[in-house]
Design a protein around this ligand. Sequence first.
Ligand code: PMP
Length: 416
Amino acid sequence: MNIIERYESEVRSYSRGFPVVFTKAKGAILTDRDGREYIDFFAGAGALNYGHNDEALKQKLIDYIAGDNITHSLDMATEARERFLEAFHDIILEPRGMDYKVMFPGPTGTNCVEAALKLARKVTGRRTIVSFTNAFHGMTLGSLAVTGNAFKRKGAGKALDDTVFMPFDRFMGEGVDTLDHFENMLTCSSSGLDHPAAVIVETVQGEGGINAAGMDWLKRLQSICRAHDIKLIVDDVQAGCGRTGTFFSFEPAGLDPDFICLSKSIGGYGLPMAITLIKPEFDKFAPGEHNGTFRGNNPAFVTATAALETYWRDDKFACSVREKGETIRARLEEMAAAHPELKPEVRGRGFMQGLALHVDGAAEDVSAAAFERGLIMETSGANDEVAKLLPPLILSEDELRRGLDIMADAVAAVAR
Ligand code: PMP
């Protein structure tokens, strides 16, 4: 038994799926203790959009630490925080005509979701939140209450209430309009739906199975929210920071959410960081009303600022993500066409795509076969039915091609 198996609790999951000890990482490549290299199609569950140890980000971090600058500061004002806010305004918000307050709610994705949910309840004075089937928003009690997965919910050991789940996009089936259903629930006086404070939505459900909502569906969802004075929260923790080909995943739908949740890749270097973007009129927390010790992770502000300055000053980077996203699409379509016996279905957008295989255990077998061949990819979906591609956005065309070749080989091996 190795030391990990001996001492770590049963909760570990990724170290079971990828049973080696990793030592180094650069760009899109991870290396294990035996010197074996793996192409990384997992990217820290979407926290490493700019890859491992990006040179520009690393140098800023080294300089910052070498200069005895401030590491931890709760929500005190620091220069690193000030520079991040300036860069986020100049590079992200202003060019998109967006006006938001930026809140630092704590270090992780679940923290920015909790803040948005609490604030939506506070400004409306209502309790009910509408979420969607297959949604994933985090593991603390508020965000777990809006997460659909029964396996994850049951550990709460208490009622997770005040949430109503609606079917996500096409999940009610062909020809059935889920938003007609939602509107009926809102307008019918005996639907049993208490008037909601907010709707929370991922434009592409990551953990729930790479389910991409249609742009028209998202637009209509927003207009229903507006018409009924319901706040719209977009959880862009996984789909944001460029993963789908634009900085915010909802840009192609032209949404104007009341609250936006960002984490994972916002820190740029894999350092914990989260922000909740709040329409100024809803900035209603009193000082200290929602706080947390690790709201001032200055090294993360430094790498977050460097990531914005390096990758988002123009549209070149986003363009390359969209182009490579087309390559991923085409290759997944080929894999699906070659193996109808696996009942395949291509899902997702940009660098957030997947191959759903409607044969029990097939996606997990693809992930295992890919790992044996030097590719790291996870599964997602209610029954782990999706082989999920989440590569770093910076990977080269050659790395992308090699990774997709390995995946195609793994799919063929599972189909045999
Ligand atoms: N929202 C979404 C859409 C996520 O994918 C995740 C994490 N997978 C979270 C929230 C929670 O983030 P964290 O694990 O950092 O708390």
